[in-house]
Write a protein that binds this ligand. Structure first.
Ligand code: SF4
Length: 88
């Protein structure tokens, strides 16, 4: 998962759109694979790190049927205590 401050991104795939062209696998084989049955994309991970994020994003851009997306997430395991009253 890539963090920019508290922002993170992950990749998703729409299997109804995927036509099994394999372009994503050629671009970023650490993130994408194809199943043996019909060749549709398999996500090896949906979390992107600093190494895989740029090439995964390129794979998203070059998918011929726009089956892939990089989406921001709001996962934040840091809890901030909000104080609205004066503590004693
Ligand atoms: S590039 Fe797109 S259509 Fe081709 S296998 Fe990957 S997700 Fe499917």
């Amino acid at each position: 998962m890539v963090s920019a401050g508290r922002r993170t991104v992950r990749v998703t795939a729409d299997l109804d759109r995927c036509i099994g062209s394999g372009q994503c696998v050629l671009t970023e084989p650490r993130v994408f694979d194809q199943n043996d049955h019909d060749g549709r994309v398999v996500l090896l991970t949906d979390d992107l790190d600093a190494e895989t994020a740029p090439t995964a994003s390129l794979a998203v851009e070059t998918c011929p049927v726009q089956a892939l997306s990089v989406v921001p997430t709001n996962e934040d395991t840091t809890y901030t205590r909000r104080t609205t009253e004066r503590e004693s």
